[in-house]
Design a protein around this ligand. Structure first.
Ligand SMILES: [Zn+2]
Length: 374
């Protein structure tokens, strides 16, 4: 199981066919999942942080609903014989037994809720089973690990989780939605763990103990996740695993300037021809100044396992959202991670825990502590 895979807004259309993505279009498709032995994926309803006013909230909600629709189009309309929506941990196991792939849904950025917790109930009905409180940029729920300069964020705004953030955590607990602290500032993360009456997850975060990046988890947060029964899903994201060389940074900046790509939206609007050209150039940069490796990634897993125990660690790719490393840059390559875990002495049972067993345990606990009818 991979707990964090992004999708562009045109996922599930001709330009990004979930069964077989065009070259350079995306790092995951159903054929790749089957090839790589990736059985279950949390597809992400991501909303970029925007203005916190009526227009901003309306836009965020529209973006979120488009993503829900794209995922449900894949599971319900396009490929129901290949992949099925899982709403519970037991669904994941049943779907797997039946020989299907499982799709789950996670929300990335509580900004999608605007100021209205009723929307979380609707998201639950659509299939959302985790709520990432933040993305880059502070929001109404709390402070982000990475303030957003475009929105003129100060380093801290609330000093942690807000009252609305606390209410969102409580509502998520009631519904049986897992609370996700990835992208939250460590102050917000600690507050959320304290506020939640069910175990909490970090859906895609690595560890500061190996590389001190703002997006990585502190030892304090890891320990708090363990004590609360939660799980930290290490993420295969190049820039979070080890320092990126200045040459690599410069090369990418130059490429983006040359192709006039200012943000992710520009990238999504590239023609197939331009996207192919971009992909070729990207591969050339990767050859010259390689991305972090599966070994670098596994160093983060080892560290977390040593600090908080095998029961509280898992893995995520962040494919289509900036994730992917040398050796695990596409769902097709997923087995390479398992091979490295075997090399490092992890047994079959432990590897099953890392590859989703722990996450399913947390999901079950969160389901059991829901109070849907109150
Ligand atoms: Zn993310």
């Amino acid at each position: 199981m991979d707990t964090h895979v992004d999708i562009p807004p045109d996922f599930g259309t001709e330009s990004y066919d979930p069964r077989e993505a065009k070259r350079g279009r995306g790092q995951i498709d159903l054929m790749g999942m089957q090839h790589g032995g990736l059985d279950a994926v949390f597809f992400i309803v991501y909303v970029g942080q925007g203005e916190r006013n009526a227009a901003g909230y309306a836009r965020a909600l529209a973006d979120a609903f488009a993503k829900f629709a794209a995922i449900r189009r894949m599971t319900d309309a396009q490929y129901p014989d290949t992949i099925s929506l899982a709403r519970t941990a037991e669904d994941v196991r049943r779907i797997h037994r039946e020989g299907h792939l499982a799709a789950l849904i996670g929300i990335e950025n509580g900004h999608a809720l605007g100021r209205d917790l009723q929307i979380l109930d609707t998201c639950y009905d659509f299939g959302a089973r985790y709520l990432g409180l933040l993305h880059n940029g502070h929001n109404d729920l709390g402070d982000s690990a990475v303030p957003y300069s475009r929105l003129k964020d100060s380093p801290t705004e609330h000093g942690g989780l807000t009252d609305f953030g606390r209410a969102a955590v409580a509502r998520a607990n009631d519904l049986g939605i897992m609370v996700d602290i990835s992208h939250a500032a460590m102050t917000t993360a600690m507050d959320a763990i304290k506020a939640s009456r069910a175990p909490v997850i970090a859906s895609h975060s690595s560890v500061k103990g190996v590389y001190d990046h703002p997006r990585n988890l502190s030892d304090e947060a890891l320990t708090a996740l363990r004590d609360n029964g939660g799980v930290a899903q290490m993420v295969a994201f190049d820039a979070y695993l080890r320092p990126v060389s200045p040459e690599r940074r410069t090369a990418f900046r130059a490429l983006r300037t040359e192709m006039d790509i200012k943000d992710f939206a520009d990238f999504q609007q590239l023609s197939d021809e331009k996207r192919n050209a971009y992909q070729t150039r990207r591969e050339e940069i990767d050859v010259k100044w390689p991305k972090a490796s599966v070994k670098d990634f596994t160093d983060h897993i080892d560290y977390a396992v040593k600090l908080i125990g095998i029961d509280h660690v898992g893995m995520a790719s962040d494919f289509n959202g900036g994730g992917g490393i040398a050796g695990w840059d596409n769902a097709r390559d997923t087995l390479n991670v398992t091979v490295e875990l075997v090399r490092r002495g992890y047994g079959e049972e432990q590897i099953a825990q890392l590859w989703g067993g722990n996450l399913l345990r947390v999901m079950e606990t969160v389901e059991a502590s829901a109070r849907r009818h109150e």
